[in-house]
Design a binder for this molecule. Structure first.
Ligand code: URA
Length: 440
């Protein structure tokens, strides 16, 4: 925690809760005191839970969100990459991507090494998954030997020598958010736009990146179920980033259906390696390339051709070095689930819907995710899909393979998938496009 802490006037937590309950506006001092007092344990969890719920129901204005974000940043350390140099001594620009979370979202894995090909430094401080969306660190931990925890010095060295690092965010970065997020998770207050925006942007601003691309997911598998809410979240985050001097843009992208053909840990790593080898599912390639272009533009690196770097193996080279630098063996065989069960297409026609939330919950129930922070994930568990929306399918054809080490989990996973598949007569087309809107 910031040792200096908040030095202004003190307030009464109940007055602050009442102000928000009655749709009032909190002052900058009230906000700074609240975050500091909660981080230090002076405000009780039940009081913060009540305040979070009042914020979820009544919202916050832009100034309040900006002050709330600043207070969260001030609760911890700030990283600084301004001294970062390549081995030849040239200054390196840092550029980062953050996704608000979705099912099968493995994009960070091919994206970080791809962007590093062009001389940018990509410091991806990532998290573990909780609930139906997977965590990037859980996926990478499926690679034998790979470790998520690096010191700041190790991270700087890897950024300079390899250009990309994906690792766990240290405990010193926005500690207020860690405590607040855990509380929101168990009090039904995750889905408040001011709280999501400040949570994400406090960590990204404290991380010290110079450029940032936000991938704001929309649809059943995302926090934001419709485009209007996603747009509001994206605009709020872009404004917070720009105000803090971070060159920030956002894409709204579809999460009504999973990304790619895998949702799990080892199987998502395998799919990412296919993309780095110049293959892989079209949607994963399209989003990886587009986000790479945006990240490079935001960092002031023009005329790069990320699609070519996927095809010609340059991104794969950086991937191998990035994994090896963190103790992983990029050539090692990935863990495979001990048991599998196939789900078949119920009818002939065009697959027009494969619900992201249902597939995410199924993968989670199979053991790919965790219900509590201390749970251990199964590296091989998950859902492998054999068709994407738009594909023509025949009744009785395999649609998905469920994977787990613990076969007693199959029934609950299949329950999650009830109603997840929509098949329409031949000639029908799925409604959603992948990249919906750009906000800058
Ligand atoms: N991701 C975060 O880091 N914070 C949120 O509040 C939601 C998603």
């Amino acid at each position: 925690m910031n040792p200096e802490g908040y030095a202004g006037p003190s307030f009464d937590a109940v007055d602050i809760i009442r102000t928000k309950r009655d749709k009032g506006t909190l002052s900058p001092e009230q906000i700074a005191w609240t975050i500091d007092a909660y981080t230090r344990g002076t405000i009780a969890d039940e009081q913060m839970a009540a305040l979070n719920m009042a914020i979820l129901l009544n919202g916050m204005n832009r100034a309040e969100i900006s002050q709330w974000t600043a207070a969260m940043i001030n609760s911890g350390e700030r990283m600084d990459f301004s001294a970062l140099r390549s081995p030849s001594g040239a200054p390196m620009r840092t550029t980062d991507k953050h996704s608000t979370g979705g099912v099968g979202d493995k994009i960070t894995l091919p994206l970080a090494p791809l962007v590093a090909v062009f001389g940018a430094a990509v410091p991806q401080l990532s998290g573990r998954g909780l609930g139906h969306t997977g965590g990037t660190l859980d996926k990478l931990e499926a690679i034998p030997g790979w470790r998520a925890n690096l010191s700041n010095e190790q991270m700087m060295r890897q950024l300079s020598e390899v250009g990309a690092v994906i690792c766990a965010a240290g405990a010193g970065l926005a500690p207020a958010d860690k405590k607040l997020y855990a509380l929101r998770d168990v009090t039904g207050t995750v889905e408040a736009i001011p709280l999501i925006a400040s949570s994400i942007m406090s960590k990204k601003i404290a991380e010290g990146t110079q450029a940032l691309v936000l991938d704001v997911k929309v649809g059943s598998g995302a926090f934001m179920k419709n485009v209007d809410m996603a747009r509001e979240l994206a605009q709020t985050m872009v404004a917070l980033g720009l105000d803090a001097g971070v060159n920030t843009v956002a894409l709204l992208t579809d999460m009504s259906t999973p990304l790619g053909l895998t949702a799990g840990n080892a199987i998502e790593v395998q799919e990412s390696v296919e993309v780095l080898a110049g293959g892989g599912p079209e949607d994963v390639v399209e989003l990886t390339v587009r986000l790479a272009e945006e990240m490079l533009e935001a960092a002031g690196i023009h005329d790069a051709d990320p699609a070519a770097a996927l095809r010609d193996g340059r991104a794969m080279d950086v991937w191998r070095r990035m994994i090896a630098a963190q103790g992983g063996d990029p050539e090692a065989r990935l863990p495979v689930a001990r048991e599998s069960e196939v789900v078949y297409a119920p009818a002939d026609g065009v697959l027009v819907g494969l619900d992201a939330m249902a597939v995410g919950v199924a993968a989670w129930r199979l053991g790919a995710g965790r219900a509590r922070k201390e749970d251990i994930v199964q590296a091989g568990a998950g859902v492998r899909m054999h068709a994407k929306p738009g594909a023509l399918v025949r009744a009785g054809e395999p649609l998905m393979t469920l994977l787990t080490d613990t076969p007693e989990k199959f029934d609950r996973a299949k329950e999650a998938l009830e109603g997840a598949v929509t098949i329409a007569p031949e000639g029908s087309r799925p409604a959603n496009k992948l990249i919906i809107e750009r906000i800058s």
